[in-house]
Design a protein around this ligand. Structure first.
Ligand code: FES
Length: 364
């Protein structure tokens, strides 16, 4: 490996220290606000978050970076330093945009694909937000994350400096958007500040935007657990139709179905498994189709919000119980206009969700 690449790796190390600096800053602020004292996190939560952060920084990233550099030197040696001519600022912006677009699709895919959902599930199991929630994922989730491989490629092409700065910016926004230090909250409350936050949130991920992604249920009118996938920029969510801009914060975080998974089951999946039979991470766990060929009559109350299950997996038909996670489906929100006895679709073939349109009579 030549001198330039070694210097590149050194630059990467500096960015790791800077990210650690951001993390320590947020932890001090959270401690200062007393959030850590109020925390209900279990020992397993802390263990998972700390181990995940340490192994990502000291093991997964250096390993993937090393493999990428080795492969690039063997397969595409002529392209080494190919991007080194690009001015620093432009190279940093280009790195951030491509990195964020890649991560948007990886993250979105993790919510739609059952296997990747299980690798990402621990991140959403957290019932409270906080700076360390940023790093709750299975080891394999990080190992397969295309961004880490992309980083190696950029370093090989001579973009280590811009990528290192980009990493610090990205991590600062990711940590701030997970933190309980919701710096944007006053902007929603005060009329004069609102235009500023409305502009900012159209470009960058704010705490409110990302907290909505961690909200437990769409029924609160704030949460958007099957959207708001962005990490740094909100532009991808706007472009690909998954953005929801809330004006407040969710009433509850985490997953509707609480399970008791030890830290190693979440972190080492699929090598380890949960001993909780209700957990998706337990061996042999299966989601069952609970559709029926008959509509479901339900009494609804005026003004109340209902989430209709569109995936057919809920144990609480015709309503959603959160089983859709990892399927790509999401519930349909229905707000009752008046007290009524209604016929909800139970076969999931209706053309007029959430109501029955007699499609069950013709559906095969
Ligand atoms: S369980 Fe939520 S859409 Fe089916």
């Amino acid at each position: 490996m030549n001198m330039e690449l070694l210097q590149s790796l050194e630059t990467g190390n500096i960015s790791t220290w800077m990210v650690l600096g951001v993390l320590i800053t947020f932890s001090i602020i959270e401690i200062g606000f007393g959030f850590l004292k109020q925390s209900q996190r279990s020992k397993d939560d802390w263990t998972l978050e700390i181990i995940s952060f340490i192994t990502l920084s000291l093991l997964v990233k250096p390993l993937v970076l090393g493999i990428t550099l080795f492969l690039c030197a063997a397969v595409i040696p002529d392209t080494e330093q190919a991007l080194a001519w690009i001015p620093f600022g432009w190279a940093c912006l280009m790195y951030l945009l491509t990195d964020d677009l890649i991560q948007y699709f990886y993250h979105r895919g993790a919510h739609a694909h059952p296997f990747f959902w299980k690798l990402h599930r621990a991140h959403h199991q957290a019932e409270e937000m906080g700076f360390f929630v940023s790093y709750r994922n299975a080891a394999l989730y990080y190992l397969l994350m295309p961004n880490v491989w992309w980083l190696g490629l950029v370093v090989f092409w001579g973009g280590a400096g811009p990528a290192a700065l980009g990493l610090v910016i990205k991590q600062a926004i990711i940590i701030s958007s997970h933190s309980r230090v919701t710096w944007d909250a006053p902007f929603y409350r005060h009329k004069l500040l609102r235009p500023l936050i409305r502009l900012l949130e159209r470009i960058f991920i704010t705490p409110a935007f990302h907290h909505a992604h961690h909200g437990q249920s769409k029924a609160d009118g704030v949460s958007n657990p099957n959207g708001n996938f962005g990490n740094l920029f909100s532009i991808w969510d706007q472009l690909f139709g998954s953005a929801h801009f809330p004006r407040s914060f969710p009433v509850a975080y985490g997953l509707p179905q609480a399970t008791h998974d030890r830290w190693h089951a979440a972190y080492l999946y699929p090598l380890a498994a949960s001993s909780d039979p209700k957990s998706e991470l337990s061996r042999g766990f299966k989601k069952h189709n609970t559709t029926s060929s008959k509509p479901s009559r339900q009494q609804v109350e005026a003004g109340k919000t209902y989430l209709w299950c569109s995936c057919g997996l809920s144990q609480n038909q015709p309503f959603c119980d959160g089983s859709h996670h990892g399927t790509g489906h999401q519930p349909v929100v229905y707000v009752a206009q008046k007290d009524a006895n209604l016929s909800f679709c139970h076969c999931k073939h209706t053309g007029k969700p959430p109501f029955c349109d007699n499609s069950h009579l013709t559906a095969k």
